[in-house]
Write a protein that binds this ligand. Structure first.
Ligand code: TYM
Length: 327
């Protein structure tokens, strides 16, 4: 039996290379050896205010991009979270078992809440419970995510353990899987902050659908230091981040990269990086065009994905309901 992989992406902002290098490319690579389920988590998106039309557009765009990067609907169940109602129901049940104290410790909540102040929704606070429901509904073994989601996956595991301690072996205990390279890609304009899709400046992130000239301009403007040497040195976050992107996108070894750019300037390196990114994204963009030009294709894939996900989710939820004594 193959191990089960589950992961998700919020249809907000853009799919930038941080999300791609930190998580999505691993979902593609894991399709051969794991039983893969990937979800566009629209219920998570509404924990902060969204424009309904834009949200609807993003859900489709993200699903199309996931197919374009290589998610294969024949090997991965790809679906939209709100199409499978069991996610909301299990989240509610988990709410009744997850202590407030665990939630209060979530660093992402603290960061997001600090930005929004009194506008913060209960849903934003409760976000990790819904994420735990996503994971636990599918008897997930492994959750490949970027570094920023590790704490949430650990909370899902703790919640499962707590529930199992009361009711017996109901949930499989999931583990986060964090890649060695690219698990935390930083902003190009500010390499001390994680690359993020939400309301950032024009030179912060590279989106998967950015054209070649936009990519070149963003990389040439990326913040570096006033030193010269092109080395993987974590104490120099700007050049370190760019080198990490180069490393992740080309697959070349660190030493080989340092040797290649020895004696060269930042501008030479940035030009080479820009071309590597342009080339890396070219095929994805071509495939995306093709996928979205086929009318009805995406809807069909997502409907089939939901139809495959639903019975798995229903089975787990039935087990949970019985254990708790509901209905
Ligand atoms: P989201 O949509 O913010 O990001 C999707 C994935 O990309 C990773 N990521 C990054 N990795 C490296 N560097 C970055 N700058 C970067 N930015 C994002 C994220 O860690 C994530 O793996 N809460 C999740 C979605 C979710 C989920 C789930 C994930 C909901 N339910 C269940 C796994 C399992 C999120 O907002 O990811």
């Amino acid at each position: 039996m193959k191990k089960r992989v589950f992961s998700g992406i919020q249809p907000t902002g853009e799919i930038h290379i941080g999300r791609y290098l930190g998580a999505i490319r691993h979902w593609v690579a894991m399709q051969d050896n794991y039983d893969n389920i990937i979800c566009v988590v629209d219920l998570h998106a509404i924990t902060v205010p969204q424009d309904p039309r834009l949200l609807k557009h993003r859900i489709k765009e993200f699903a199309g991009l996931l197919l374009a990067v290589g998610i294969d609907p024949a090997r991965t169940i790809l679906f939209v979270q709100s199409h499978v109602h069991e996610h909301s129901e299990l989240a509610w049940i988990l709410n009744c078992f997850i202590p407030m104290g665990w939630m209060s410790r979530m660093t992402q909540y603290k960061e997001k809440a600090a930005k929004q102040k009194e506008q913060v929704s209960v849903g934003l606070f409760d976000y990790p419970s819904l994420m735990a429901a996503d994971i636990l509904l599918y008897d997930t073994d492994v959750v490949p995510v970027g570094d920023d989601q590790k704490q949430h996956v650990e909370l899902a595991r703790d919640a499962a353990q707590r529930f199992n301690n009361i009711y017996g072996e109901i949930f499989t205990l999931p583990e986060p899987m964090i890649a060695d390279v690219g698990a935390r890609i930083m902003g190009l304009d500010d390499p001390t902050r994680k690359m993020s899709g939400s309301e950032e400046g024009p030179n912060h992130a590279i989106a998967l659908l950015d054209g070649p000239d936009v990519i070149r301009a963003k990389i040439m403007r990326a913040t570096t230091d006033s030193l010269k040497e092109i080395r993987f040195d974590e104490s120099r976050p700007g050049i370190y981040n760019l080198l990490t992107i180069y490393h992740a996108i080309t697959g070349e070894k660190k030493q080989a990269i340092e040797a290649k750019f020895e004696g060269k300037g930042y501008s030479d390196f940035k030009k080479a990086l820009a071309e590597a990114v342009v080339e890396g994204l070219r095929l994805i963009q071509e495939r995306y065009k093709q996928i979205t030009s086929e009318k009805g294709y995406l809807d069909k894939v997502l409907a089939e994905g939901a139809a495959k996900a639903t019975p798995i989710a229903q089975k787990t939820l039935a087990r949970v309901r019985k254990a708790v004594g509901l209905g």
